[in-house]
Design a protein around this ligand. Structure first.
Ligand code: SF4
Length: 340
């Protein structure tokens, strides 16, 4: 196995990794856009979320719930309307110019579409070298050995650098995307539906590569997916979004043993259990996601929740801790709060 490339000498100094401590934290993060009727639509509603060093946090929810927007906002690709993003103790919410460029080298993304996210006219070596040149200030000669080593590590071989993206399969292109994301030795990688476009047999290989990279490089990963089966395979903790809100955060084991929010429970109904018959049947998720421009009063899930009561229709629940490391936004959680 090729050893991973070291952080380039020209990289901005970053504090040493301290597994388990917060790497990035969003507080009251809000993103808005103009709806068709001209009114404001909240894509993110005052998100509070912390990702710890060295962990893989799975971010799940139906399409349109704000998962990708949150990933992009953390990377400063989408501008927040309000709230803060703290990265390694530095407020990066309003960084601009060269400081933003340097910070971006530590925050990278693996995209969903391995066909559309790579420039077809450029050689693979140039694509992978780009973050090193742009964000780490390296010359092409300095970047070349780092690129070769990365292409070896992701299983393509250094000679792949001479070819163009169309010469590769979907799974191989996603490996190129991973090499590009890792080139600048980032601290956080946001993988946005990174295996969704791949065949199931290839998905497992790319997932395993991502998981290996997290361990080898001490990476932290936000793994965005609508596929709970995949999240179960790779995540340490799970955060669930609904209509721009975080509605549950739990360890992977607690979450899959028994989610606390009725929406999470319904989402899990679509995932086959590895041991058939080992848990009671869950209610199926019914109804459509409400129009984000016209959300319901009270709890945002009350229009689809089988347990909704009068309070749910008038008062929005807070995100509250029901056990150490376990939070839920529901007046009537399915897991009883621990007495402390
Ligand atoms: Fe259902 Fe009420 Fe909980 Fe909302 S607060 S998820 S409506 S039980």
């Amino acid at each position: 196995m090729t050893s991973p490339p070291t952080t380039p000498a020209t990289a901005a100094p970053v504090p040493a990794a301290r597994p388990g401590t917060p790497l990035i934290r969003a507080e009251k993060l809000r993103v808005e856009y103009r709806g068709r009727s001209g009114g404001k639509v909240r894509a993110l509603r005052d998100i509070d979320l912390e990702i710890k060093e060295g962990e893989t946090l799975g971010l799940v929810g139906e399409s349109g719930c704000g998962k990708s927007t949150l990933g992009r906002a953390l990377l400063r690709v989408v501008e927040p309307a309000s709230g803060t993003i703290d990265f390694l103790g530095l407020n990066i919410t309003r960084l601009r110019g060269s400081r933003l460029r340097r910070t971006r080298a530590d925050l990278q993304m693996v995209f969903q579409d391995p066909f559309g996210s790579l420039n077809p006219r450029r050689r693979v070596a140039d694509i992978v070298a780009e973050p090193l040149l742009r964000s780490r200030g390296m010359s092409r000669a300095e970047a070349a050995p780092v690129v070769g080593e990365l292409l070896e590590r992701v299983g393509l071989g250094a000679e792949a650098g001479r070819r163009k993206p169309h010469e590769f399969s979907g799974g191989q292109r996603q490996r190129i995307g991973i090499a590009r994301a890792l080139a600048s030795s980032p601290r956080l990688v946001v993988a946005d539906e990174a295996v969704s476009a791949l065949d199931v047999s290839i998905q497992a290989q790319v997932l395993n590569l991502l998981a290996d990279m997290v361990v080898e490089r001490g990476l932290t990963m936000l793994f965005i997916s609508h596929d709970l089966g995949v999240v179960r395979h790779i995540a340490d903790r799970v955060a669930v979004m609904y209509l721009g809100q975080i509605i549950e955060i739990a360890s992977r084991d607690d979450f899959f043993a028994g989610p606390a929010h009725p929406y999470s429970d319904a989402l899990l109904s679509s995932v086959p259990s590895p041991r058939p018959g080992d848990r009671p049947e869950r209610p199926l998720l019914e109804g459509e996601l409400p129009d984000p421009a016209n959300p319901p009063e009270g709890c945002l899930f009350q229009t689809r929740c089988p347990f909704a009561e009068a309070e749910c229709r008038t008062r929005m629940p807070e995100l509250r801790e029901i056990a150490p490391g376990r939070t839920v936004r529901c007046h009537l959680p399915l897991v009883s709060p621990e007495k402390g």
